[in-house]
Design a binder for this molecule. Sequence first.
Ligand SMILES: [Zn+2]
Length: 144
Amino acid sequence: MSTFSDSNAQSFPVTKTDEQWKEELSTEEFQVLRQAGTERPFTGEYWDSTTEGVYACRACGAELFTSKEKFGSDCGWPSFFAPLAEGSVRYLHDRSLGMERIEVRCASCDSHLGHVFEGEGLDIPTDQRFCINSVSLSLRPTDA
Ligand SMILES: [Zn+2]
């Protein structure tokens, strides 16, 4: 039994057309955030970052994760064991690529962030690994 259930949110605080997003985002950001793409592992800006701060949605600026829940994972993407707050992200079952995965999206603008995996036996408080694309995030350092 998965702890994550699909949320049937029908409306989002931030709603824009693809044309508007394309104007605001880079090509790579658009592909990941709006078309559920995945950046290549070990290439992103934040996968090995230990800078303290808050990670906000690159598309809408909603605060999603903090460095306190970030942990060193060998997967090549920024990994968190929990979101900043319940309700800041939403979950969707994703059966693409022949795998059953749980997609993580921003609850404010419905942009794709990454996937969450659980029960991997990792030495983390929740046993949930939020594997998030760097390009979906924007780090706001604590002492900036
Ligand atoms: Zn967002």
